[in-house]
Write a protein that binds this ligand. Structure first.
Ligand code: GDG
Length: 464
């Protein structure tokens, strides 16, 4: 790594994974994901740097160049990883920000670790940023970084984007360190949220708790610094997904999948990280009841649920995994034929191509989180599903519902409503489903991740 960067991304994880090469050496491979895809060109254009954890605790890795930009690894000890990441980020903030669908735990030592690690990220960013550079901090793990960084480097332009929901005031107030978090975020020139409801909740809270002057979306933080809060709904690399889904390999894989499933008439599909915010318990119960009541015939319909392993050391996630295993096992023991399960459940990670093949074969995509910042799976399905009459059943509580208006919206807590909507999505006249899908496709084709990144960065550059 040679010179200072004029564009810096700061995120909990680096955009690269370490791989062992055939000759036993070590190499870094770009990890697939929309954020990396969208930001890589900006990084290359501006001599960028990406600051983040490299994934191995108790290990220091020197900065290196990768694909035209700098990678700056931030070290974490095992204890810090437990307390800052699994603890404060994923067992305090994550449930708190998702409407307390699980109980948030408050531990002072987790908070201390959060402060320590945030400071380390801020210092690393301060060291690599050129004079007047733009720094874009990502997500709930790093909410203190904007202010810490501004104190170290007042010359920088600092943006922050929150990928998860910003909670209602009544819930946020529970957090013992609520004011520190607000002050941390207000260090940014621009704070981005997934939904307009997030930015307005944030501004209301700032007004109420800090006494700072707020005018429309602008907070007057000091005499020389103002902070603006706005919504920037994130999206996907729509064209990239559509091209992948049209490739001969993916078409062949989708045919293979249908063959394995015994060519069912209707495929219902769920794809989620195994997370309690995703509404899996409710969804599986609803599907199970539809089979048990004979509304769906297991010789004709199948519910395929992929749950990607996630945060497996956090207690709530261990419990969720056991609950889902039990629920699926129980339903499949009661409905379906000897050689044919009503629910096909896989707890594993699949390559992107397989994801695209799954989206292709899904007649009804079931996306029913209890709360979700955006939900990219819903958008990926629309980008990948070929012509015809696919249907998207989408929770009202996903950020995506605001944009994907022609989806079949549901309240995932209302099991009867969920069941009837699932049936409607599967049986509505083809013409109606085609009309909905056309409108949805237009939305994701025009609102891509590039538009999201350019919108945020354009606003950040043009702030006065
Ligand atoms: C957070 C917010 C917000 C899933 N399983 C596999 C796999 N995936 C990919 C999907 C999709 C991504 O993971 C999941 O994104 P979501 O948006 O659905 O959900 P979170 O992980 O909770 O993301 C969310 C997002 O940040 C962005 O701001 O939308 O609200 O919670 O891209 O395709 N990918 C592969 N194999 C899998 O098995 N390759």
């Amino acid at each position: 790594m040679s010179q200072l960067a004029s564009f810096v991304v700061v995120a909990n994880r680096l955009p690269v994974d370490r791989v062992v090469t055939p000759d036993g050496g070590v190499d870094w491979r770009t990890s697939p994901g929309g954020l990396v895809t969208a930001l890589e060109p900006v990084m290359r254009r501006h001599g960028g740097a990406w600051v983040g954890w490299h994934g191995a605790p108790d290990e220091t890795v020197e900065p290196f160049d990768h694909d035209g930009y700098s990678v700056v690894p931030v070290p974490l000890t095992t204890l810090e990883h437990n307390e800052y990441y699994e603890g404060f980020s994923n067992a305090t903030l994550w449930p708190l920000y998702h409407d307390t669908v699980a109980f948030p735990e408050f531990h002072r030592e987790w908070w201390d670790a959060y402060v320590t690690v945030n400071r380390r990220f801020a210092e690393a960013a301060a060291e690599v940023a050129a004079e007047g550079a733009t720094v874009w901090v990502q997500d709930y793990q790093l909410q203190l970084v904007p202010r810490m960084l501004r104190e170290l480097r007042p010359d920088l332009k600092i943006g922050f984007f929150l990928h998860i929901p910003w909670p209602p005031i009544e819930i946020f107030r529970q957090l013992p360190w609520r004011d520190e978090i607000l002050e941390g975020l207000l260090g940014a020139d621009l704070v981005g949220f997934q939904e307009p409801g997030g930015s307005s909740n944030f501004l209301r809270l700032v007004r109420r708790r800090t006494g700072l002057k707020v005018e429309r979306d602008r907070v007057y933080v000091t005499d020389t610094h103002t902070s603006i809060a706005r919504a920037y709904p994130i999206s996907i690399d729509t064209q990239g997904f559509a091209e992948l889904a049209r490739s001969p390999e993916v078409i062949a894989e989708s045919e293979q999948l249908l063959e394995e499933l015994g060519h069912p008439k209707v495929v219902f599909l769920g794809v989620d990280r195994l997370d309690y915010t995703k509404g899996l318990r409710q969804r599986i119960r609803a599907m199970g009841e539809l089979f048990a009541e004979g509304k769906l015939d297991p010789s004709e319909a199948v519910f395929l649920q992929i749950a990607t392993p996630s945060r497996e050391r956090v207690d709530e996630y261990k419990k969720l995994r056991d609950d889902i295993d039990l629920l699926v096992g129980r339903i499949n023991s009661e409905v379906g034929g000897i050689g044919r399960s009503a629910i096909v459940y896989r707890h594993t990670h699949y390559p992107r191509a397989t994801m695209a093949a799954l989206y292709r074969i899904a007649d009804v995509m079931v996306v029913t989180p209890l709360r979700d910042g955006m939900n990219l799976v819903a958008k990926e399905y629309i980008a990948c599903h070929p012509g015809g009459a696919g249907a998207l059943v989408l929770s009202e509580f996903a950020g995506a519902a605001l944009e994907l208006k022609q989806a079949y919206h549901v309240n995932p807590y209302d099991l009867n409503g969920l069941k009837s909507t699932l049936m409607r999505a599967a049986t509505d006249p083809v013409k109606d489903r085609q009309r909905r899908m056309r409108a949805l496709r237009k939305q994701v084709q025009t609102h891509t991740i590039d538009r999201w990144a350019n919108g945020f960065l354009g606003d950040l550059e043009n702030l006065s």
